[in-house]
Design a protein around this ligand. Structure first.
Ligand code: GLN
Length: 545
């Protein structure tokens, strides 16, 4: 039998799911973390994904949601965005643990002869590798939360479930808390909630040797008490360890729900103190969302994956929090980049062109930028949205065939491939990724929004602005307002004299927080307010990031 390990003072919370995935495990994990953080605990958090990809970089965002980029350049699952927003932390590569990466490392070690002739197996080698990743990711924090993607019982996730069980046993029952999130459907024809799939999911979990401490029951609408009692009984937990969680209109209400529930004494007991969580910032955020607002700001999201919120999750979250802080109602209109016309652009108060890859819909995004320049409509361009603004300006400035290497190899390529990226077009992990600094032009709109001239943002791109065409780009109405510190890469452009036309090669949405909206988004919402068409000035500037 393996000796019990001493992991310092760290306590571990394992969050797994049953019945269905996609019912809010990530938000549950982050919300439990938020409550413990409000008790004064230091938190770290990690997502384990059982699929065989090495990272989320090459996954189709329409199927899998946005690719969230960490400051150290990991291309990860969107749940890491929830973690950062709920806990106001910046996670790293260590918070993303994927089977593909683990297996690749194991196989590389096997080829390098590191196993000295032993048979390499899922148990114990993969399960040990998973536990090692948990140890590394949790170092130094009071509480470490580990979420498992998918549902317990999925073939590809079994090694993780076994690793969690073993880990729990090694650190001791008092240092590991197992939370299982299940879904209870409502059957419209018979007008009743059905707990059977959840009961089966709980018995599956027990079959793998894990007895839950807490069960979260997701439902579409409030379910009767009898469902809670049934689930407590089949889950083998007291009634108080079950929290019913019907859908809510804002995910930011969930930390408060947990803090007010019968789960609080269980969490208190687990971390060994009775300190009441200070939930004021969450209450403040919710009341900001719910306050009476009459002014509507309509932002057009010019995109190719329509009505797919997960694909643009961090962008939408950044817009929402900017609107709450600005005290306006946000209306987001999806503008189909493949069919967009000036009539579509005319229906909104501001335009946002988010990041993207591939030629599909790009002309609609260039058209949005041209429209913004011609009609002085607020425009925020993110990554590809900077490139489309530069293309639109260059075409206005006389380069009728201005384009990007990504879309048209033989054009006048005002956006071109970075030298070190040639030949890597469809490979994983080779983009310019993660935090890079930028130097902003003093007194530019960018510098005024950031309230400074040296900034850092996260990146994920392969192409860059070709500064050989600056003259034509400027003639089209755009100036460079920020570059890499060596001046080689264009990081920000803007339209002097316009209300608010600005774009960045970076992804500012990843650093926006519900309580601290990013200034570029705050600036867009502010400028797009129909009744206050001013540029942000030092006096009305939104909160700095
Ligand atoms: N496709 C563009 C590039 O690789 C933009 C990337 C993005 O928007 N994230 O440079």
């Amino acid at each position: 039998m393996e000796a019990k390990i001493d992991m310092g003072k760290t306590k571990y919370i394992f969050v797994t799911g049953g019945v269905l995935s996609g019912v809010g495990k990530g938000i549950t994990a982050a919300s439990i973390g938020a409550v413990l953080q409000a008790k004064g605990k230091s938190l770290s958090i990690q997502k384990c994904d059982p699929y065989l990809n090495v990272d989320a970089g090459l996954l189709n965002p329409a199927e899998h949601g946005e690719c969230f980029v960490t400051k150290d350049g990991a291309e990860t699952d969107l749940d890491l965005g929830h973690y950062e927003r709920f806990l106001d932390i910046e996670v790293t590569q260590q918070s993303a643990t994927l089977s593909g990466r683990l297996l690749k490392e194991l196989i590389d070690d096997e080829r390098a002869g590191k196993f000295e002739g032993k048979t390499v197996q899922l148990v114990p080698h993969l399960t040990r590798a998973i536990q090692r990743k948990i140890e590394l990711a949790s170092e130094g924090s009071d509480v470490h939360i580990v979420e498992l993607g998918g549902t317990v019982g999925d073939y590809e996730g079994l090694s993780f479930v076994e690793a969690f069980r073993e880990f729990g046993r090694r650190v001791g029952r008092e240092n590991a808390l197992f939370v299982h999130v299940v879904y209870v459907p409502y059957i419209g024809t018979s007008k009743e909630f059905k707990s059977k799939p959840a009961q089966n999911a709980l018995s599956d979990l027990r079959g793998f040797g894990i007895v839950p401490d807490i069960i979260i029951v997701r439902t579409d609408s409030p379910a009767p008490e009898s469902i809670k009692r049934k689930i407590a009984m089949f889950g083998g937990v007291p009634d108080d360890a079950v929290l019913m969680m019907p859908n809510v209109d804002s995910v930011f209400k969930i930390p408060e729900r947990i803090a007010e529930s019968t789960l609080l004494p269980i969490l208190n007991h687990f971390v060994g103190d009775e300190v009441a969580p200070d939930m004021r910032r969450w209450q403040g955020l919710v009341s900001m969302q719910e306050s009476d607002k009459s002014e509507v700001v309509r932002i057009g999201l010019v995109a190719k994956y329509l009505d797919n919120e997960d694909t643009y999750l961090s962008v939408l979250e950044a817009l929402k929090s900017a609107a709450w802080h600005e005290g306006v109602v946000l209306e987001t209109t999806w503008i189909n980049a493949e069919t967009a016309t000036d009539e579509d652009f005319a229906t909104v108060d501001g335009l946002l062109v988010p990041g993207g890859f591939g030629v599909r819909g790009v002309e609609g995004k260039v058209a949005a930028a041209r429209y913004a320049l011609e009609h002085d409509v607020p425009y925020l361009g993110i990554c590809l949205g900077l490139q489309t603004l530069v293309i639109a300006a260059a075409r206005r400035g006389g380069l009728g065939h201005a384009n990007s290497d990504e879309f048209e190899k033989s054009g006048q390529n005002v956006v071109y491939i970075m030298e070190d990226q040639v030949g890597k077009e469809s490979t994983g992990g080779t983009l310019r990724l993660g935090d890079y600094p930028a130097q902003l032009v003093p007194d530019s709109l960018a510098a005024r929004l950031y309230d400074g001239t040296t900034i850092v943002e996260r990146h994920r791109h392969r192409y860059e602005v070709n500064q050989a065409f600056l003259e034509q780009i400027e003639k089209g109405g755009i100036v460079v307002s920020g570059t890499s510190p060596d001046g080689r890469l264009v990081e920000f452009v803007e339209a002097p004299g316009k209300r608010y036309i600005i774009a960045t090669q970076a992804h500012p949405e990843f650093r926006s927080r519900p309580m601290r909206p990013h200034p570029l988004f705050g600036g867009l919402i502010h400028a797009a307010r129909p009744r206050s068409p001013h540029l942000p000035t030092p006096d009305n500037r939104p909160a700095a990031n």
